[in-house]
Design a protein around this ligand. Structure first.
Ligand SMILES: [Zn+2]
Ligand SMILES: [Zn+2]
Length: 185
């Protein structure tokens, strides 16, 4: 980047501001890194200042900025957990139904397998018992979900970066990730 003229830095930041969180996969892991690392905290700051209307429907992209979800978050609610999706660009969360694929809309429970570390035959997931791989056998996409009902101290944005072995495991099993994280995994 330092070898490029400074006006090209501006245009790359402006371009990322337009498509950030929506088309990162096409841009590629390296090309998105700097622009995303610079702009994501600013998007998060701006989004946190915005008044939020209550979400009445289940929407698959961030209701504030239109970006795709980075990962899911399960938060304690009554006896179980309620699922939220974490925006890949502005880092705000929105509520999302538990049995519903955020990519294709599949809602048949047995098409939506969940892989967790306690299952002994699914060992590469060991060591991260509070992270789930929520997959869809219809569209073959997956989402990592941080289960705060199991570990209340987990930080979804950070734990998602730590969960690279899970992403690799899911890729090996034929699933793709909807939206890459900052490291492009
Ligand atoms: Zn957003
Ligand atoms: Zn699906």
């Amino acid at each position: 980047m330092s070898l490029l003229p400074s006006d090209s830095w501006i245009s790359s930041l402006e371009a990322y501001w337009q498509h950030g969180g929506k088309y990162d996969q096409q841009v590629g892991a390296f090309a998105q890194f700097l622009a995303r690392a610079f702009l994501q905290p600013y998007a998060e700051f701006r989004a946190a200042q915005m008044p939020r209307a209550p979400v009445v429907m289940t929407v698959r992209v961030c209701p504030l900025c239109g970006a795709r979800p980075l990962s899911g978050v399960l938060r304690v609610e009554g006896d179980g957990g309620k699922r939220f999706l974490l925006c890949s660009f502005c880092s705000q969360e929105w509520e999302f139904r538990r049995i519903l694929c955020p990519t294709c809309g599949e809602e048949t429970e047995n098409k939506l397998p969940v892989y967790v570390a306690e299952q002994p035959d699914r060992q590469p997931l060991g060591g991260l018992p509070h992270i789930r791989v929520e997959a869809c056998d219809t569209c073959k996409f997956f989402l990592t979900t941080v289960d705060l009902t199991k570990d209340g101290h987990a930080i979804p944005l950070v734990d998602d970066l730590a969960a690279i072995p899970l992403s690799l495991w899911a890729h090996e099993h034929g699933y793709s990730r909807l939206q890459p994280n900052l490291l492009g995994t």
